[in-house]
Design a protein around this ligand. Sequence first.
Ligand code: BG6
Ligand code: MG
Length: 220
Amino acid sequence: QLNAVIFDLDGVITDTAEYHFIAWKQLAEQLGITFDRAFNEQLKGVSRMESLERILALGGQADRYTTAEKEALAHKKNEHYKQLIARMTPNDLLPGMLDLLRELKRNHIKIGLASASKNAFTVIERLGIREYFDTIVDAAKVQNSKPHPEIFLTAAEQLRVAPSTCVGVEDAQAGVAAIKAANMFAIGVGDKEALKEADYIVKTTADLTYDAIVHAFHRE
Ligand code: BG6
Ligand code: MG
């Protein structure tokens, strides 16, 4: 029985994954580090500081900066990111997402958010979809980052549902791994190869309908 759907935010509900990419890429270039979209797959779902560490390691600069300097770099990226999300509106919901949230509500399926982002509330507010979520678990509420299952398990606990009755939706490798570790049904949105650990994969959110989710979940 399907009791809840727990969504990742960035890259699933809205295309902020692209904004994270743009902001990191600009910071990296200022440090003389270039990275491509393939490398970016490894940053998706990963916390701000861990993302910075991975970028510095890619550029062979892991030991170049003090903790304070790293915090300043992460802050700089976040200021750029905040500029990018400041102009978001409900029009920035990815295709089909509003219909999906409505259908889930209509069918009494609980809705959770499991986002590694400290900007999650701002983004949800700008999209105008706060009312749909029965719980929101963000970076501030958990100790362990994805691929650790904590964020998804915390959401299920707050929704008072068993993990095995939940579907998790993710665009990140680390996120799909977190869902599987939480013993939930994992739906990946995006590249088949990158998300191959998922139980069911859709290319875009346009394919992520209520019926598709229910069918996939019950086929297992
Ligand atoms: C995740 C994104 O949702 O949040 C990552 O996929 C991002 O790309 C992480 O680094 C942390 O976000 P923020 O807004 O706290 O820097
Ligand atoms: Mg994501």
